[in-house]
Design a protein. Structure first.
Length: 108
């Protein structure tokens, strides 16, 4: 049980760091116009999840907002936690078993 929790915690931390680094890069710009210096680039001035497309015909730019899908690590972490604990009460019970009654305070 402890190994599952440690592995889940490590997965959560690594996912958080990877997502934070990716979000710092900003949104995506796709420039299809002739002579574009960078046809596909990330722009930190744009919010993460925003995609701006400049069409080849010089028409108006199109801005789309995309939700980030769960990455594989989030799916694994979710499956581990769902498989290990069904409810929050079970998490508290397991924590009290591992740390003792005085080591865990639950908020009701």
């Amino acid at each position: 049980m402890t190994c599952i929790l440690v592995a889940g915690g490590l997965a959560a931390v690594s996912t958080f760091v990877a997502t934070w680094i990716d979000r710092r890069k900003g949104g995506l710009v796709i420039d299809q116009r002739p002579g574009a210096a960078h046809p596909i680039a990330r722009d930190a001035a744009m919010p993460y999840g925003h995609v701006t497309v400049f069409p080849a015909d010089g028409g108006p730019a199109r801005i789309e907002v995309k939700d980030a899908a769960k990455d594989p690590m989030q799916q694994v972490l979710h499956a581990i936690l769902d498989g290990a604990f069904g409810t929050a009460a079970e998490v508290v019970k397991a924590a009290k078993g591992a740390l003792g009654e005085d080591g865990v305070k639950s908020v009701d």
